[in-house]
Design a protein around this ligand. Structure first.
Ligand code: BGP
Length: 469
C-alpha cells in the first residue's frame, strides 16, 4: 500500500557537480589532467566532446542558480578548480579573476537561498604537478594541495558553510593506476596505487587541519564513493574476498576520515606482501588528529565479489584477494553498465550508524545516466524521464527507512542538476534534472526536475513501502 515517505523539514534536497565538468576552459591559467588528456587524446572521449565548453557554467551560473531554485533545490555542491584558482602552484598564490569568479558564484548561491558545499578536488590535478612530480604519488604534491586548500579557505572560507576535501578519492588510484580508465591510464600499478591512497588521505587530513585551525564557523568533510561488497555465497572464501574488497575500496578512506586510522585487515595484508605505503609517524599523527565533521557518500552501484581464481604473481594487485562476480539476474542500467541495487543505500546507512559512531552524513551523489534521452522528449519539448523518478524514489525510500531507524543522514544530492560533461563518457549519458542542449546551451527542465520541486514542497512522496524488502 502507498504511504507517505516523510523526510525532515530541514533535509537537504539538491544535486552535485564539479568545476571541471561544468565551467569550461574560459580564462583558466593552468590545465588539469582531464583537460590535458582531452587535448592530447580526443578520441578517448565519446563523440570527441571535451571539457572546453562543458555546460558553460563560467558564463551561465546566474541563470543556473535561478533554475536550481525553481526546481526546489535548497543545496548544491560544486568544486573549485585548483587549475583555475591558483596562479602560482608552488606558493599557492591565487589568480584574481578566479577569485572574483568564485566569489560571485558563492554570492549567487546565497542570493537564491541555496546552501553551498564547496569541494576542493574532483579528479582535477594540474597536469604540471603530474609531469613534474608524479602527481599523487608525491608528498610534495600533498603539500601543494594543502597550500591550495589554505588559499581557498582564506579567499572564501567565511562565505561557504560546508567544504569537502576530495570527491571520490578512491577513483584516482583505481581508475588511474589499477584499471586504466582515467588518465594516466596505468594498468596494474598496485604498489603505486597504495601510495596514492595514503597520500590522498594525508592531503585530506592536512586540509581538515588547516580549515579547523582557521575557525571559520563552518564544517568540513570528504566525499567518498562507497561500493558495498556483497559476496557470491556464504562460504568463508567468498566472505573473505568481500571483506578485503570493502577494506581496500571503501574503508581505506572511510576509516582514516572518520576514525583517523586505517583498517587493520588491509594494512596487515599490505605489510605481509611488502607493499605498505611509505608513511612516517608525524604523517600518521596528522591523519589521526584531523578527522572530518561529516561525510558525503556517492552511491551508484554495489560490488559483487567472489574468492579470487587467479594466481598471486607479477606486480601486486588488489585482485590477488578478490574477483568481480557477474551475478546472474542482476538489474542493470544498460547505458552505464552499472548494477541498480537500491537496498545498498540502506546497508551503507546502517554501516555508518553501527560502525562509524553514526557520524553525520549525506548522500552526495546518486543518479541514473541515460543515453539518447532525446527520444523521451514529448511534443512540448520536455523530457519525460519517469525511469529517473522511479530510480530516485526507490533509493530515497530505502534511505528513509534507515533514517527512521536512527541514521544520522541530513540530505540527498542527486547527480546532477544540469546534464554535464564527464570523464571520457563526455555527454553520452545524461543525468540532469535539467537538460542541456549542446548546440545552443539551452536548458529545459525534465519531468524529474518538476518532480523534485513537488517532493521538496511536500518533504516526501507517496510510495509502496511493501517493496522495501
Ligand atoms: C561519479 C563522479 C562524477 C560523475 C558521476 C557519473 O563517480 O563523481 O564526476 O561523472 O560519477 O559518472 P559518469 O559520468 O562517468 O557516468
Amino acid at each position: 500500500m502507498e504511504q507517505k515517505v516523510q523526510f525532515p523539514e530541514n533535509f537537504w534536497w539538491g544535486a552535485a557537480t564539479s568545476g571541471p565538468q561544468t565551467e569550461g576552459w574560459f580564462e583558466k591559467r593552468h590545465e588539469n589532467v582531464m583537460d590535458y588528456w582531452y587535448r592530447t587524446r580526443r578520441n578517448d572521449f565519446f563523440n570527441g566532446v571535451g571539457p572546453d565548453v562543458a555546460s558553460d557554467f563560467y558564463h551561465k551560473y546566474k541563470e543556473d542558480f535561478a533554475m536550481m531554485k525553481q526546481i526546489g533545490m535548497n543545496s548544491f555542491r560544486t568544486s573549485i578548480q585548483w587549475s583555475r584558482l591558483i596562479k602560482d602552484l608552488e606558493t599557492g598564490e591565487p589568480d584574481e579573476d578566479a577569485v572574483a569568479f568564485y566569489k560571485d558564484v558563492i554570492a549567487e548561491a546565497k542570493k537564491n537561498g541555496i546552501i553551498l558545499v564547496m569541494n576542493l578536488h574532483h579528479f582535477d590535478l594540474p597536469i604540471e604537478l603530474f609531469k613534474k612530480y608524479g602527481g599523487w604519488e608525491s608528498k610534495h604534491v600533498v603539500d601543494l594541495f594543502a597550500k591550495f586548500a589554505r588559499t581557498a579557505f582564506e579567499c572564501f572560507g567565511k562565505d561557504v558553510p560546508y567544504w569537502t576535501t576530495f570527491n571520490e578519492p578512491m577513483v584516482i588510484p583505481e581508475a588511474g593506476y589499477l584499471f586504466g580508465f582515467h588518465y594516466p591510464k596505468y594498468i596494474g600499478k598496485g604498489k603505486e596505487a597504495v601510495q596514492v591512497i595514503f597520500n590522498l588521505n594525508l592531503a585530506s587530513a592536512k586540509a581538515v587541519e588547516i580549515y579547523h585551525s582557521m575557525d571559520l564557523g563552518g564544517e568540513i568533510g570528504i566525499i567518498m564513493n562507497l561500493t558495498p561488497a556483497y559476496p557470491r555465497s556464504d562460504s568463508k572464501e567468498d566472505r573473505e574476498a568481500a571483506a578485503f574488497a570493502d577494506a581496500f575500496f571503501n574503508y581505506s578512506f572511510v576509516d582514516p576520515a572518520v576514525n583517523g586510522t586505517f583498517p587493520a585487515l588491509l594494512t596487515d595484508i599490505l605489510k605481509k606482501d611488502h607493499v605498505l605505503w611509505d608513511a612516517d609517524e608525524k604523517e600518521l599523527e596528522t591523519i589521526r588528529n584531523n578527522t572530518v565533521d561529516f561525510i558525503g557518500v556517492n552511491y551508484y552501484q554495489p560490488k559483487r565479489v567472489k574468492a579470487p581464481e587467479g594466481k598471486q604473481e607479477g606486480e601486486w594487485m588488489p585482485t590477488w584477494y578478490y574477483d568481480e562476480y557477474d551475478m546472474p539476474g542482476k538489474r542493470m542500467n544498460p547505458y552505464r553498465g552499472w548494477e541498480i541495487y537500491p537496498k545498498a543505500i540502506y546497508d551503507i546507512a546502517k554501516n555508518i550508524q553501527n560502525n562509524y559512531h553514526n557520524v553525520k552524513w549525506f548522500i552526495s551523489e546518486n543518479g541514473m545516466g541515460v543515453e539518447g534521452e532525446e527520444k523521451y522528449r514529448d511534443e512540448n519539448g520536455n523530457i519525460q524521464d519517469d525511469y529517473r523518478i522511479d530510480f530516485y524514489k526507490e533509493h530515497l525510500a530505502w534511505l528513509n527507512k534507515a533514517i527512521q531507524e536512527g541514521s544520522n543522514c541530513f540530505g540527498y544530492h542527486a547527480w546532477t542538476a544540469f546534464d554535464c560533461w564527464s570523464w571520457n563518457n563526455a555527454y553520452k549519458n545524461r543525468y540532469g534534472f535539467i537538460a542541456v542542449d549542446l548546440n545552443d546551451q539551452k536548458r529545459t527542465i525534465k519531468k524529474s526536475g518538476h518532480w523534485l520541486k513537488q517532493v521538496t514542497e511536500d518533504h516526501g512522496f507517496l510510495y509502496d513501502t511493501d517493496q522495501l524488502k
